[in-house]
Design a protein around this ligand. Structure first.
Ligand code: GLY
Ligand code: MN
Ligand code: MN
Length: 459
């Protein structure tokens, strides 16, 4: 809401108001990742940079939605991973050779918005540089207006390629312009992308704690939806119920727009409209998960609107479930990242042939056209890996999607079924973090026979 706020305060705020010394910054939640862990991550990157290396990380720009309304801000995941700093208009500089901030020689600095009477009245709490030092354990922090000048003073550094935000706005634009002018004559070496991908792939105990919370919240949302669904409800009713549960578990956001596809919509992989009214014989494919303190789960369940699977829905469901079981079994350390996909694909292929839906191997991708797995973390589609290792979390999500008009008996048409769970790789057996959501036909039908929070009238 910046546009409107930008002009009105002058009517209300005398321009002579002094800046606060240290920003008022209440910490409401105590279960975030500790500052020491962020510091250890930055130290690892600095060690990789070497004495003459330098890297600059920007967070995301604020993105406009319409007129003077912006989308709710979400920071860049690499930036969040290294700082834990969740506000816009910020940059992190890492320079192991040292540079000067506020008269002090440091190897890292965070540049942030400052808190002042106007921002605190109109926009909310800002951490501000002083609090960033004490709360995030960063060596130094300064107002973002000082970013370019401090950067200009770093002379003998070799720049590592930095991702520059697209379409930056306001303060971030000024910082990016300062940065690009300054960096033009610096030689850029390879990116830090691979190092960060490797670091982010293997989760720390603190990260696992947050992912587990997101996965449990998501599973609980799926349970509540299964209990609540009735023909006549709208897809958006289901979306509201599942997202209500995420919110009650403290999730700040969904990890991605909730997909609630009924009947033909169940066969659209990323259907996000959620506007159709649900009918009795429909299958519903719901892919929805919460994001907690930056970490996203990714959970899909498919269930019948009436509470009882039709014989055709059940037959397809059992094939997908068997494929998921086969995929989960392959989530073991040392296995290739592709192992779950290969196992799940083989089971889907055999199942579709057995049901007479396909005859040849080459037909599988008509009904199963996506990968089985991706890692999750700060991004729902997190970093790429080649080999599974302990403390990697990945999805296993086979599916079968049969559109009307497909070359098979029409009794199979408009059935889209995906089952997706979040699997933790360990030293031993894989652990299903989203197991709280019913997965078998019998469990789902038993759950759907109950009543849920969505059955309380709000009209
Ligand atoms: N929710 C997106 C996916 O399953 O990959
Ligand atoms: Mn997924
Ligand atoms: Mn998903």
């Amino acid at each position: 809401m910046l546009g409107r706020l930008r002009c009105i305060p002058f009517l209300l705020c005398p321009l002579s108001l002094a800046h606060a010394q240290t920003a008022e910054y209440p910490v409401f939640e105590k279960d975030k990742i500790p500052a020491a862990e962020y510091k250890a991550r930055r130290d690892k990157v600095k060690a990789a940079l070497g004495a003459n290396g330098l890297a600059v990380f920007f967070t995301n720009p604020v993105r406009n939605r319409n007129n003077d309304v912006d989308y709710r801000f979400r920071g860049d995941s690499n930036f969040l991973y290294l700082t834990g700093f969740e506000e816009p208009d910020a940059a992190l500089v890492l320079a192991p050779g040292g540079f000067t901030v506020n008269g002090k020689k440091v190897t890292e600095a965070l540049f942030t918005n400052v808190s002042d009477p106007m921002s605190i009245t109109w926009l909310g709490y800002r951490m501000g540089p002083e609090n960033a030092v004490s709360l995030l354990g960063i060596e130094a922090a300064a107002p973002n207006k000082d970013f370019a000048n401090i950067l200009f003073d770093i002379k003998d550094a070799q720049l590592y390629r930095t991702r520059i935000p697209e379409g930056p706005t306001d303060t971030l634009a000024t910082m990016v312009t300062g940065y690009t002018n300054w960096s033009k004559d610096k030689e850029a070496k390879g990116g830090l992308g691979t190092l960060l991908e490797e670091m982010r792939a293997v989760k720390s105990p603190e990260e696992l704690r947050l992912i587990k919370h997101a996965a449990e919240a998501s599973a609980r949302g799926h349970v509540e939806v299964m209990k609540s669904v009735q023909p006549g409800m709208w897809e958006y009713d289901i979306q509201a119920i599942v997202e209500y549960v995420f919110g009650r578990w403290g999730c700040e956001s969904v990890g991605y727009p909730s997909i609630v596809g009924s009947a033909a919509n169940s066969t659209i992989l990323h259907y996000e409209e959620d506007r159709r009214q649900i009918e009795k014989g429909d299958i519903i494919c719901m892919d929805a998960a919460g994001e907690y303190h930056g970490y996203s789960a990714d959970v899909t369940r498919s269930f019948p609107a009436s509470g009882k699977f039709s014989p055709e829905q059940k037959a397809i469901y059992e094939v997908v479930l068997a494929a998921q079981d086969a995929g989960i079994k392959e989530c073991r350390k040392g296995n290739s990242f592709r192992a779950p996909h290969e196992a799940a694909s083989k089971t889907l292929l055999e199942g579709l042939k057995r049901l007479g839906i396909i005859q040849n191997d080459s037909e599988l991708n008509r009904y199963f056209m996506h990968g089985t797995s991706h890692t999750i973390g700060l991004d729902v589609h997190d970093t790429r890996i080649r080999t599974l290792a302990p403390n990697v979390v990945l999805t296993v999500e086979p599916g079968i999607y049969i559109k009307a008009g497909s070359p098979c008996d029409k009794k199979w048409w408009n059935i889209g079924i995906r089952i997706e769970d979040d699997i933790l790789v360990t030293d031993g057996d894989p652990i299903n973090l989203s197991a709280g959501a019913p997965r078998t036909v019998a469990e789902i039908e038993r759950t759907m026979a109950k009543r849920g929070i969505g059955n309380i009238s709000v009209k």
